[in-house]
Ligand binder design. Structure first.
Ligand SMILES: Nc1ncnc2c1ncn2[C@@H]1O[C@H](COP(=O)(O)OP(=O)(O)OP(=O)(O)O)[C@@H](O)[C@H]1O
Length: 258
């Protein structure tokens, strides 16, 4: 069996007396698109926070590309090749759409800080390449027409798209999407599903997706993990998850699993 790109072994975290996540085992193979679902407060975002260095798990191990990433700071995790989006959009609202992407892309820039400060020719080459690349990114997301708009002036659905573009511009191997369709209408959600499928192929990505919109998760994910009260209660294909009695019970009184 080939080694998974990401492996979570018995990870857990406690806040005071609350075990927010416990004994969670998950893996993602390279190229997979996997869903992470569960009712409110199940521990989904906390799991993302542990994966990205925002929280250090109090138990267990996380390996990425065969190396432990547990205890790394968020910027170090990002340098290893893991990017994320947030449930509540976190853009540089007073910067342009293009600058939001350029900042993320900067992480990959080949020129040195020194050449930037001294404005050596390599700097200009770097800037020009970065700008070109950033516009290419924006085209994929159909955001190029908005490139000079301030991020805060974009329609809501476009801000969500820009969040994903920004995360992708950092050049990740693994992309973590936290409720990317939150607040979107069905038409926007459908377009987003197509976009996620496209970027996975185009950028050779592995994706872990938290989502409340069941049609989105069931429609595009190959496998799904279900968390409830901090513990994994199920893992399987859409079909298996849809018919799993534990999952149906966990969602009782919440939302309908279509
Ligand atoms: N920093 C923290 N301090 C204390 N408790 C926390 C902290 N972060 C998360 N929690 C708690 O951990 C539990 C899991 O929260 P989490 O946000 O991960 O759930 P979720 O599955 O993402 O929910 P939702 O779908 O509502 O976003 C909740 O009870 C939450 O209150």
């Amino acid at each position: 069996m080939s080694n998974p790109l990401l492996k979570l072994e018995n990870i857990g975290i406690q806040f005071g007396g609350l075990k927010a996540v416990q004994n969670v085992n998950m893996y993602l193979n390279k190229g997979e698109l996997v869903g992470l679902i569960g009712p409110n407060g199940a521990g989904k975002t906390t799991t993302f926070n542990m994966l990205t260095g925002v929280y250090v798990p109090t138990e267990g191990e996380i390996t990425f590309n065969g190396q432990s990433i547990k205890g790394l700071k968020p910027y170090q995790v990002s340098h290893k090749g893991i990017s994320r989006t947030f449930q509540n959009i976190r853009l540089f609202k007073d910067l342009t759409v293009l600058d939001n992407v350029k900042i993320a892309n900067h992480q990959l820039a080949k020129h040195s800080i020194l050449s930037s400060i001294l404005r050596l020719p390599t700097h200009f080459k770097g800037e020009a390449t970065m700008e070109k690349e950033s516009i290419e990114f924006l085209k994929i997301f159909e955001l190029d027409v908005y490139k000079d708009e301030l991020a805060k002036n974009l329609p809501y659905g476009m801000q969500r798209r820009l969040e994903i573009a920004r995360a992708l511009a950092a050049g990740p191997k693994l992309l973590l999407l936290d409720e990317p369709a939150a607040g979107m209408n069905p038409q926007e959600t459908q377009e987003l599903m197509d976009l996620i499928a496209l970027i996975r192929k185009e950028f050779d990505l592995t994706i872990l997706l938290i989502e409340h919109d069941m049609s989105l998760v069931m429609g595009i994910c190959e496998r799904i993990y279900v968390l409830d009260h901090g513990q994994l209660i199920a893992e399987g294909t859409s079909e298996e998850i849809r018919n799993n009695p534990k999952v149906i019970e966990a969602y009782l009184g919440e939302e309908v699993v279509h």
